[in-house]
Design a binder for this molecule. Sequence first.
Ligand code: F6P
Length: 496
Amino acid sequence: MADWSEIEALKRIPLTKLFADDPERLGKYSADVAGIHFDWSKTHLTDEAIKAFEKLAKASDLAGKREALFSGQVINVTEDRAVTHTAERGEGDKDDVAKAQALHARMRALIDAIEAEALGPIRNILHVGIGGSALGPDLLIDALGRESNRYEVAIVSNVDGLALEEAFKRFDPSATLLAIASKTFTTTETMLNAESVIEWMQAGGVEDPYGRVVALTADPDKAIEWGVDETRVLPFADTVGGRYSLWSSIGFPAAMALGWDAFSELLEGAAEMDRHFRLSALHENVPALAAFADLLYTQAFGCETRGVFCYDERLRLLPSYLQQLEMESNGKGTTIDGKKVGRPTAPITWGGVGTDQQHAVFQLLHQGTHLVPLEFIGVIEQADTLSEDHHKTLLNSMFAQGAALMKGRENPDDLARAYPGDRPSTTLLLDELDPRTLGALIAYHEHRVFVSGVLLGINSFDQFGVELGKEMAKAAAKGGGDFDVSTQDLIKRAFG
Ligand code: F6P
């Protein structure tokens, strides 16, 4: 049983004092890995805190569990599965890596065939999927595909028909490929959306709409049963979790839109972070240090949330992606051996586009009563072609926020205009945003979540919390279900 008492007893030393007391602080609490600069110096991490976390990591056998992850052992015990998303990028047990590479080769061959117009002239890709089967590809295409004119892609997750109708307005049914992304191939929203796309194609005069479907799934038999030709089923291993699946065939629309070279560079960037995570000592291991900072705030300083603010338009979808990664992985109340956790687990993860949010929610971050550790993410290289004023204003805003939150400003005569300061932030600066750095950035967050999960003693790889609601929605759809009076009334009002 891990002992948290040393961590719970850690005192919050003001950030400005930490800097004043240690001229080496910046160098000690920053690192450069895989084209990303990490700066934790404006967090309350101290040498004492890191030592306490290293002790906890030892007691939790973090090193052993990290090795179990990479060597394909069954660490998702509640589902009796290994966890092999790192094998998708070439890091892991050699059989898992070989399997992943064979499936990637299959995906690449299908992409080549589609490019050679084996399925007719395809210009549009309509990808239906939800959660981990949508957020990853959506992020990749939005972040990296702005200059690409290979295919037009719509990622539709919402079962609200308006979402599909928007794509229908943009796309020509005879030039559209339907990609059905579902690990289980049973998800209600996705399957209903897929059926409606087939109907739209039929209504648009496509003679063999099923001939234009690609399935991205860990259950190929279900996809074949649904009507997808076996040659167009792109399987992935069921040991790859939904929220860790963008590296597998779930990344198909991104590989189509960005090209295979970009997709393989994405995998390479993630692999570089994997190697760093697997081989570095904890005191210089960036995902581990990030997790230590996260746990310091949730376990010692009572923080319930964590904010991620991206100062780069191309990363605007990253906070939503990270929400699922963090909250579905570590939003647990039970330990891996089936007991109550007895302490806070994942911080509620939220955030958005930095500059926009400054003018909307940063009031609370500067003066509100909550302490919210923040993560700022920016990119050094300017991507737009406008005057450099844009990029300078953007990055200076980010730097100024971190500084202002830390420094604060006293104003004893006018508290409404006083800033308490001592509010922590981590800053990540990417040299540039390309497939490699994005791959490394996402892998960094995956491993950070893993470290927190191990130290908290929970299973980061199941998600039973989502099942009860799904079950009750199915019962409601059938006109049954054991509903309370309020819910019965709502159902009656909606459907009579
Ligand atoms: O309901 C949650 C969830 O199972 C996520 O874990 C997953 O990413 C998403 O739904 C979609 O599931 P699937 O890929 O099986 O359709």
